[in-house]
Design a protein around this ligand. Sequence first.
Ligand SMILES: Nc1ncnc2c1ncn2[C@@H]1O[C@H](COP(=O)(O)OP(=O)(O)OP(=O)(O)O)[C@@H](O)[C@H]1O
Ligand SMILES: [Mg+2]
Length: 492
Amino acid sequence: MKNKEEKIDWNQVIDSLSEKNEAFVEDKFVKPWLKTFFGYDEDAMTRQDSPKGSKKRTDILALGDNEKFSVIVEVKHHGSKDFPDFNPETGIVSDFEQLTEYLRTFYDNVNKSYIPIGIFTDGERILVVRNYYGMVFPIIYIKNLKSGKGVVYWSNEIVKTIKKKLNEPVILTTYNNKGGVGKTTVSYILANYLSKVKKKSVLALDFDPLQSDFSRLFHLDSGEFYDVIDWLEGTVDKKDKKKAMSMRDGNLVLALAKANESSNEAMKKGNLNKYSSLSGSITKINSSAKTISKLMKQGITIPQPGTTTPLHRKFDVVIIDSPPGWWYYSMLAISLSDVIIPPINFNNGSSVINLVRFTNQYFPELFKHLNPTTKEEKINFLNLRSPIFSHMIINFFDKNDKEVKEKDLDQVVARYLEKEIKDSFIRNSLFRNERADGISGRTFDAIRLPLNRSINQLSSLALEDKDRKKVENEVLKLGEILVSDLFPFMRS
Ligand SMILES: Nc1ncnc2c1ncn2[C@@H]1O[C@H](COP(=O)(O)OP(=O)(O)OP(=O)(O)O)[C@@H](O)[C@H]1O
Ligand SMILES: [Mg+2]
């Protein structure tokens, strides 16, 4: 492999692409590049028909093996205007819809497994996305392969980074700045279903120190707990008697935000005025986010209550339950996440308006300050931290409500989203091709989570055993609805 790298003058190859069409870029650059740096054989790189029988075909599907990951590459002509754009000022990555579509639909032909990586390139610019069972989000953005340290360096870095990223947990955060929309309920349903039914190793983080609802749903509301962020950052003595977390069955680990400190402490910590300026608090959030995401990637050591043996674990999925509002804990949750799952209350328009405020104002503001920091990073940075939105969760959906028809639902939400979020990053994940049908078609990806009486009982602590069983069954049923849409290819 080393020899081949030396034989090809990659700068020259890229220069030769200038203004050339897609087929040229594919033959002269993409295939040799995949062979040299990723190690795919010629005959492992194919075009793939859609299993659904549509006319769509992937540009390149490179099949991996035990050692290598598989990848779908979408090739554009050199200098294409259709190239997804990352705006480092706002954290917005636009338009990789088609690649997402491929990754979500082309898995089935190939050994019945999903393709974990997608690459978008015009022969010079590269965007890499990760596909976690159908949830697709960007992980690497290279503005220009030729810049700085050059093609060979960046190509090797890309391969290295992809391999690393594939071992990292996917971090999901439920968020809406509006309260009471079902953030905690959705977090709870997902944590239970993914760990119990899908057998994923799940870390559940309660980032809401004022209410600790997530912890309470797991019946962990008494005793002394670390503040989860202090604990994640490693600033507490882990031999301390306080409970850092509690294990639930083999796959699920819960970490609590609840401190034995009073809520005042949490308020103080979360109070941005504690820091002299907005940029001061941003600095704090940024450094916490960096420390914590590094720890989550390496796996974390869990002190088990009642024993002296700490346990080192890596996780498939991390679920962060964010508090409402826009302050330290929610900003940190957003900064850490790969994917934001936004619930709205179907009967409450202001839950949509709040979401729009977040996507159009708070989110860009935060990312302007967070990422990236140096000029060098702005030109070339591998570790993209720019969460996308998953499907919107339309919660409290009552299909028996005579007032509400499916079509109205699309109209209600589309009225806000179509108009307000038209040009923002949210389009990539919430809006799909069907957008062209207008509001009468299915204009956004949303999951209807029904109004559910027994879910309501979750918050009641004094459940009788038989009721608890009933509620837990409901939780798993709702988990099926959520997960089959969020992660359509996930098998246990
Ligand atoms: N689909 C549903 N059907 C019936 N009740 C629900 C549903 N989803 C949530 N609830 C109930 O609504 C209340 C608010 O839900 P939840 O606590 O999950 O919202 P939240 O967004 O986390 O709130 P907060 O902003 O206070 O953290 C809870 O009592 C919960 O049991
Ligand atoms: Mg909550």
